[in-house]
Design a protein around this ligand. Sequence first.
Ligand SMILES: Cc1ncc(COP(=O)(O)O)c(C=O)c1O
Length: 478
Amino acid sequence: MSQAVAQARTVGSSLFSSDAVKKAVDTIVDEVAAASAKLTGVRGPIEGLEQPYEDSLKKLGEQRGRPLYYPYVGSGAGNGFYVELADGSVKIDMVGGIGYTPLGHAHPELIRAAVTASMEDNLKHGHLQATGALFEFSDKLLTLAQRKSKLAHIFVSAGGALANENAIKICYQKHAPASRVIAFSHCFMGRTVTMAQIGDAAGNRQGVPLSTQVDYMDFWNAAEADRVGQQAHIDAACRKLQEYIDRYPRQHACFIFELVQGEGGFVTAPREYFVALMELCRKNSIAVWADEIQSFNRTTELFAFEMLDLGEYIDVLTVGKATQACATLYTADYNPKPSLLSGTFTGATPEFAVGKRVLEILEASDLYGPGGMAAKHHKAFRDQVGALKAKHRDWFPDLPCGIAGGVGGMMRFTPFGGDKEKVGKATKVLFEEGLVTFYNGHGPYHIRFLPPLAVMSLEDWPTVFEVVERGLARVAAG
Ligand SMILES: Cc1ncc(COP(=O)(O)O)c(C=O)c1O
């Protein structure tokens, strides 16, 4: 770098590197850390705050036209997996708003990134005008995805469903006039008009006119594979796919692979199964699209496609949630023509700064790989479920899918035979007891955890399961 370039300083870079700014940011980060340190255990509401909290929830429900699923309004303070609500109660957060808090609440590094980024001239970025924050985020995410794939480009968007909308347009354009898509039964893709049609839940598309032609493939079924043998199960899936291809020759634009089904109940499949289907797609000019909006960062590798060693097959990838800003990535072959993708907003500066920092921290963490902490946490979780079952056999009738499942930081357990009503009730009772979870599966129904593994230790699991035991005892007692 020449001396002139080294000395060149924009007003912006001088501002962000000024000592006064750094000191002010340090002060804020330290204040947040001191406040967070007060949140160290589950507790009930603070006296005097209950009624105003109830009143605000009532108003909120009236304005939305329905109550919130949980009576949850955060106070803005948290500490790792602890989060404080506006009534002063403190909960253990095991689901992070469905998975967007991989580093828990009030992580000092993320507070620092967010505060610093919020000083930029504008909060929001667009496709027409952006600052370096957007490009640094994109570069980090793309570089990580490229370690084991042929993905060449990235396009950022403000939500997961929008990233999926961009992905489907890319696939349609590349394979025009093919207008059909292939997806797995029980998949979830978001709630835009198109994604609600592809996602396999009747309630989510009630009243939505059906304009997207979807052919559903059954997902891998471990019990069936055990019964007939793995290869026979794979062959049957390939026959089904070939049947669709023969029925609608050259009419499929893409096959959407949720490599670990999220809403569907945290199920995955052996590599050989995906390879066989992806090879068939490749042979028939059908785009292979992996939707990793939920699974990203949560398997035993950063990307599920890395865990399953499928990078060479992926044409299009969508990522979101933990990344804060969402994105569609694609190979050079799938780079669309100008004007197919755009929109006013890409996201806000703090999203990009925090997203980039999340990626750096996850990359440097000890979560991944065969001996990584993600696998160890998963084992600790299953051990806790096993111990609970040993103590309360009647809460856990046997199920073909087992009473615990998932991979890495996608954890589910299934009390009460997966009964919809009881599992739904259990989530609410657990919330009252101090544990934020959610459900998944389409029958059996499961209790779902998307915990912030990067800020947890193995010793935390007994604390979590003390609350689980208290809550399930209440449900079991009716
Ligand atoms: C696999 C998958 N795809 C897409 C989405 C949609 O993302 P968003 O809710 O950010 O629109 C989700 C959200 O849960 C998801 O799990």
